[in-house]
Design a protein around this ligand. Structure first.
Ligand code: NDP
Length: 333
């Protein structure tokens, strides 16, 4: 079977010299193991960090020669484990490979009624991240029950951001969304129902955010970094809360972007909290149930962007950094 290994760490963007495809021999199963035919891979912004030799991240880097780390989805084709019979759908860290042999607990079983696209997007890692950040970190729904909340979401048309926007719209918050193309702006405004949508590439972000938040900003779900941060912190309301989920604008920069002035955090008794979803994977079932609640009520549209074939993964990752993906970026093998 084919798999893609890391050839060398990229200097800036991932390019043709970063990965190479290799052929592997299938190995015989040991007791307790099962073989999975991988059908879908998830491409995620964090991948740039995983192919950077910096050991200080939240997860060790992939080593040259290793199969590229990745979430994936597949079906069990051979099994010596009664908990994973042939035909079971599974998801987890498969890597960029057509086939994987896994053991007890290494991959999670996906119910038959959940398809691959849903399992890798709204009901998978991005959806759980959105739910955790919105409900647990920002406590958005509880706060909305006490008083009208204004939330700003960056990267709002993406896999994580679009779920946050839709939960906030469903819960009645005032939603200010930022995205980088007219198609994404239209989707957020017309289909998802955000109150104000700002194209951060063409609009004056500071002016537009100020105009859209006459009562200040209570909550900020930060996916990107960039100019919005500064205006949000200037306009943060007393006891406002910022959840730092991602800073994609910085992932290729040698130095972090300048931080906003923190004086308002003191004046307004506001809080900033970073979080990583992998710390909460033991709560996956509970978080997925939370997302399911919105899905079942028809409150969340699932938008996916599917690329064809294993090879597409290599260059496909960069679409996340150029904004060429519209929805959760997935590779179908
Ligand atoms: P998306 O589907 O949102 O894809 C990435 C998007 O980021 C692009 O489509 C692009 O949209 C936007 N973007 C790229 N470069 C920039 C830039 N320089 N400035 C502003 N926006 C940019 O990806 P995900 O939803 O999977 O991830 C969103 C964020 O959440 C990422 O930062 C990711 O690292 C983070 N994340 C964090 C997790 C955690 O546990 N903390 C877990 C999962 C994701 P546009 O066209 O609008 O520019």
């Amino acid at each position: 079977y084919n798999a893609i290994v890391l050839k060398q760490y990229p200097e800036a963007l991932i390019d043709e010299s970063t990965f190479e495809t290799r052929r592997f021999e299938s190995k015989a199963l040991q007791d307790g193991e099962y073989r999975v035919q991988v059908s879908h891979l998830s491409l995620d912004p964090a991948m740039r960090g995983w192919v950077s030799p910096d050991p200080s991240s939240y997860i060790p880097p992939v080593q040259p020669g290793e199969i590229m780390r990745s979430l994936g989805f597949g079906v069990v084709t051979e099994s010596l484990n009664p908990d994973y019979p042939v035909g079971t759908q599974v998801t987890g860290m498969t890597g960029w490979t057509e086939q994987i042999v896994a053991g007890e607990g290494e991959l999670s079983v996906v119910p038959a009624q959940v398809n691959a696209e849903l399992a890798l997007s709204t009901l998978g890692m991005p959806g759980l991240t959105a739910y955790l950040g919105y409900h647990d970190i920002l406590q958005a729904k509880q706060r909305q029950q006490k008083s009208q909340q204004t939330i700003v979401v960056t990267g709002a048309a993406g896999a994580v951001g679009s779920v946050v926007v839709q939960m906030a719209v469903a819960d009645g918050l005032k939603v200010i969304a930022l995205a980088g193309s007219e198609d994404k702006v239209r989707w957020l405004k017309e289909d998802l129902g955000a109150d104000t949508v700002i194209n951060y590439k063409t609009d004056n972000v500071s002016e537009a955010l100020t105009a859209a938040s006459p009562d200040g900003i209570d909550l900020f779900f930060e996916n990107t970094g960039g100019e919005a941060q500064h205006t949000v912190i200037e306009r943060i309301n007393p006891h406002g809360k910022v959840a730092v989920c991602g800073l994609i604008a910085d992932y290729h920069q040698a130095e972090a972007s300048p931080a906003p002035s923190w004086i308002n955090l003191i004046k307004r008794r506001a809080t900033i909290e970073g979080f990583v979803i992998t710390d909460h994977f033991h709560r996956s079932a509970e978080l997925a149930n939370g997302v399911m609640h919105y899905l079942e009520q028809g409150k969340i549209q699932n938008r996916v962007h599917v690329l064809d074939g294993l090879e597409a993964a290599k260059a496909g990752v960069n679409m996340l950094y150029s904004g060429d993906n519209t929805g959760k970026l997935i590779v179908k093998l």
